[in-house]
Design a protein around this ligand. Structure first.
Ligand SMILES: N[C@@H](CCC[C@H](N)C(=O)O)C(=O)O
Length: 335
């Protein structure tokens, strides 16, 4: 039998599959097909999800995380997902501070004090960071660095920052009306379809500045669409905040980033000229799903036995007490 977990970080939801339980790891095609079926918002399990996080062995680290978006595409990193993988591997190995292998780097993760009773929290390193056009990639925008830059090809007046952390993000600071308005979806859809600017697509985040070190972020995710939260997006947005609003944010300071699914803390560091971001937030397990290995490989989900963990109630109590819920509630996606 194989047991998966349904997990979330700020309601950015995933199925977590520890492939070391399998007699042999899934191929990329099998993983993509499983993800598309399992995470479908209408026909998948438990209301679907934003993606699948697959764990395999990786020498010198606690494990390797592979991120598959709901459309079956593979992502370079997932910040909210990495926290849930950190929790899984921490509970599996007994370690509280260790590294997880990802496509670009072995990233540091650690157990943190709970956000509230029944709301476990973990931190994850988000890196490497690059503004280079080839790292995102982007082209045909008349510039080779996008930091607080109007891009008339994309929007008539918004100022954008484009940064790979290492997955690609495009960030704009907007008003409350723009945050809830139609532009984010239009830009997100356009830049994630065939387009000459971001040929591999890009995660697009609109953020409202709420005050010193405080943001509300909403993301249209590559390979997903609107999500309740994007961890790498909130990390990229905090870096953009520091670069573009130095009177309201700074390196090595704790930021609070609210999002439709809850909140995270972010801290941007610069060591030896390189930026990296600490992302701290919940790592919640809402259910376990057990099925025979053959049923998983054949994506025969009817054989799945689902058990709720009961953790979601504590998470919902925590979120209900947060500020800015009226705005968040209008923007929340399925979990
Ligand atoms: N939600 C994630 C980011 C997932 C990856 C993204 N869809 C991509 O393709 O880059 C996060 O929490 O960071």
């Amino acid at each position: 039998m194989v047991t998966l977990q349904k997990v979330h970080g700020s309601e950015n939801s995933f199925f977590l599959l520890d492939e070391t339980q399998l007699t042999q790891p899934l191929t990329k095609t099998q993983l993509a097909t499983l993800t598309q079926r399992l995470t479908n918002r209408h026909t998948g399990l438990l209301g679907g999800a934003d993606g699948v996080l697959a764990i395999t062995d990786a020498p010198g680290t606690a494990g390797k995380m592979t991120v598959v978006n709901t459309d079956g595409s593979f992502a370079k990193l997932c910040g909210n997902g990495l926290r849930t993988v950190a929790r899984y591997l921490s509970e599996k190995t007994g370690q509280t501070s260790f590294r997880v292998h990802t496509d670009f780097a072995d990233l540091a993760v650690a157990k943190q004090p709970a956000l509230a009773v029944g709301v476990p929290a973990y931190s994850a390193e988000i890196s490497p960071v690059s503004f280079a056009p080839q790292a995102l990639p982007f082209a045909n925008l008349g510039t080779d660095r996008i930091v607080d830059t109007v891009l008339p090809a994309i929007h008539p007046h918004l100022k954008f920052t484009a940064v790979a952390v290492p997955n690609p993000h495009l960030v704009a600071f907007v008003s409350k009306e723009e945050l809830a308005g139609p532009d984010l979806e239009q830009i997100g859809k356009r830049l994630n379809g065939k387009n000459p600017y971001f040929p591999e697509g890009v995660n697009v985040t609109f953020a409202e500045i709420l005050g010193q070190d405080t943001l509300f972020a909403r993301t249209y995710e590559r390979g997903v669409g609107f999500t309740n939260a994007c961890g790498t997006g909130m990390s990229a947005t905090t870096l953009a905040f520091i670069l573009t609003h130095p009177n309201q944010a700074a390196l090595d300071r704790v930021n609070t980033v609210y999002n439709p699914g809850g909140m995270v803390k972010t801290i941007v560091h610069r060591d030896d000229g390189r930026y990296w971001i600490e992302l701290i937030g919940n790592a919640t397990v809402t259910a376990t799903i057990t099925l025979p290995e053959a049923a998983l490989v054949d994506v025969n989900l009817q054989q799945a036995v689902i058990k709720s963990t009961g953790e979601q109630a504590a998470y919902e109590r925590f979120v209900a007490a947060l500020p800015h819920r009226a705005l968040a509630d209008t923007l929340t996606e399925g979990v």
